[in-house]
Design a protein around this ligand. Structure first.
Ligand SMILES: Nc1nc2c(ncn2[C@@H]2O[C@H](COP(=O)(O)OP(=O)(O)OP(=O)(O)O)[C@@H](O)[C@H]2O)c(=O)[nH]1
Ligand SMILES: [Mg+2]
Ligand SMILES: [Mg+2]
Length: 511
């Protein structure tokens, strides 16, 4: 479709391809959902991981414990051209989506109170040996943190407050913790459930099916991949790994045993780059394959109020949650752009964490609130969104960015209005498409007698989400620092290309 003069803002997007021969890992963590010894939560997490492996053929292994999961892509993967933000956001978003959908299966008598969110990062593993070290490291952490939790919560149950319990076991090593459990609580650590002590591995294995027999009675076999969840004491050992045919083929074999985690490797696993300071950060999320999603859920064409209002309601929730950092959002169709203020220090401006946390929270809110907007229509499969973060150095360029999105909204909406009018008049979709090729949309609208300005303003202008003006000083004095001090979050459908709105709301982009 037509270009606009604002398109130049695209050149601020940076490339983030994970180069070959690195193995791509996505490591996600929950933002506070875990309760001590809650095996049900672990089972829910495992079940979400299984769905990730089912959904994405390139993900061949997952390892998780407590409130974290790591997904490994096959070496040769070209998933989304190996773009780190896409890979990370899609996996995190899908996982969040499934988590909300499956909640009731694991907690039938407990309502999910608030939308969960996960944040994550992409790790480029330079070799199979680095991957082996990574797994050893995470499984060591699983073991130690479980021992810690087991002691900590028992001490709390027995009457210590959390700080006392924490101080009490500070500096305890493995054997200390084991002894404490045994002597004080009569618990033999080794008899605790493997899911707690060893974590869970989700793997693809190869199954051989006999599909038929030939005339002379010989079986005709077909191989198929099956997904298994296992608990193993040493996932980074040669013995465990080299028996897994799919892992050997897709990630390579382990050559030596590794007993100690190399600290330099851990530094590289923990690395997460920061976005440039003193720049506006735009996080744009977009529904994955929403063309299909909208067909399957029978969205009204070309604009469905329910779908658009659901998107808006999720954006409001995002602004309320990240109230200290996000000052404005603009949405149209299946996308939303969130503007973080220049001075934001959210997650120390770590790109991975910012994008994944926002996309994850948006997705889980979308799934959780689906029934409020589509009471008659069941959510048929977990939707997901991708996300990226881009920095813009000046308010002028940021406004050009927003103008770019709103021009896109206008063009798409004009095009869609003409397209569906032509289809309604009896033309096939192909004929409608051909008749709109290259022509001036404005002219077409007149020809087709579409009263464009009578269309609902939300379709024409998209949706802007921001805080209503308030007398900050007054409320601040009463409330201290809280989200209310910044005003109620509202949704408007306004022109954001011109200056009027910005002049009337100088506080939004004012630093
Ligand atoms: N009928 C209907 N469809 C919508 C509505 N909002 C979004 N969509 C659909 O969502 C699509 C969004 O476009 P894109 O984001 O470019 O395409 P996509 O299919 O999501 O593909 P990717 O974003 O590349 O994964 C539109 O083309 C529509 O098919 C709506 O209100 N009504
Ligand atoms: Mg999309
Ligand atoms: Mg889109």
């Amino acid at each position: 479709m037509a270009n606009s003069k604002y398109e130049y803002v695209k050149c601020f997007e940076v490339e983030d391809e994970v180069m070959f021969p690195n193995i791509i890992l996505v490591w996600i963590n929950a933002c506070k959902i875990h309760k001590p010894f809650d095996i049900n939560t672990l089972k829910l997490m495992n079940s979400c991981a299984v769905e990730v492996l089912e959904e994405y053929a390139d993900v061949v292994l997952a390892y998780g414990f407590s409130d974290e999961y790591t997904f490994a892509f096959k070496k040769s993967s070209k998933f989304y051209e190996r773009r780190a933000s896409k890979v990370l956001s899609i996996i995190t978003s899908f996982f969040s989506s499934v988590f909300v959908r499956k909640w009731d299966d694991f907690f039938p008598h407990k309502e999910l109170q608030c939308p969960p969110s996960f944040h994550g990062r992409v790790i480029a593993c330079a070799s199979t040996e680095a991957l082996q070290t990574y797994l050893l490291w995470r499984q060591n952490v699983c073991h130690l943190s479980n021992q810690h939790e087991q002691c900590f919560w028992r001490l709390v149950e027995r009457g210590m407050n959390e700080k006392e319990a924490c101080d009490f076991i500070k500096g305890f090593d493995k054997s200390h913790l084991n002894n404490l459990l045994f002597d004080e609580f009569n618990v033999n650590y080794n008899t605790l459930e493997p899911i707690l002590r060893q974590g869970s591995c989700v793997l693809k294995t190869v199954i051989e099916d006999i599909v038929k027999y030939t005339d002379n009675g010989a079986p005709v076999k077909r191989h198929r991949r099956k997904i298994n969840t296992v608990h193993s004491k040493k996932i980074a050992s040669k013995k465990f790994w080299n028996e897994q045919i799919v892992l050997l083929k897709e990630l390579g074999g382990f050559v030596e045993e590794i007993n100690n985690v190399i600290p330099e490797y851990v530094r590289s696993f923990e690395f997460d780059s920061k976005l440039m300071p003193s720049t506006w950060i735009v996080v744009r999320i977009d529904g994955c394959h929403f063309h299909r999603f909208s067909e399957i859920h029978e969205f009204v064409k070309p604009n469905d109020d329910r779908a658009l209002n659901l998107m808006n309601s999720c954006a409001v929730a995002v602004l309320e949650k990240f109230w200290e950092d996000i000052v404005f959002a603009y949405g149209v169709s299946d996308e939303y752009s969130f503007i973080l203020k220049k001075s934001s220090n959210l997650y120390q401006r770590r790109a991975n964490k910012i994008v994944s946390a926002i996309v994850s929270f948006f997705t889980s809110t979308y799934v959780l609130r689906w029934k409020d907007f589509f009471p008659q229509s069941e959510l048929k499969y977990p939707p997901s969104f991708d996300g990226r973060a881009v920095c813009y150095p000046s308010t002028e360029i940021l406004r050009d960015y927003l103008a770019w999105r709103q021009v896109d909204c206008h063009i798409n909406n004009q095009y869609n209005s003409c397209f569906w009018k032509l289809v309604a008049s009896g033309k096939s979709k192909r004929e409608a498409q051909n008749s709109l090729k290259g022509g001036q949309l404005q002219k077409k609208i007149e020809e087709l007698a579409i009263d464009y300005n009578k269309l609902p303003v939300m379709y024409r202008q998209g949706s802007s989400v921001y805080r209503d003006k308030v007398d900050n000083f007054l409320i601040l004095r009463e409330n201290g620092k809280s989200s209310e001090s910044f005003g109620k979050v509202i949704v408007g459908h306004i022109d954001i290309i011109g200056s009027t709105f910005w002049m009337e709301h100088p506080n939004i982009l004012d630093e």
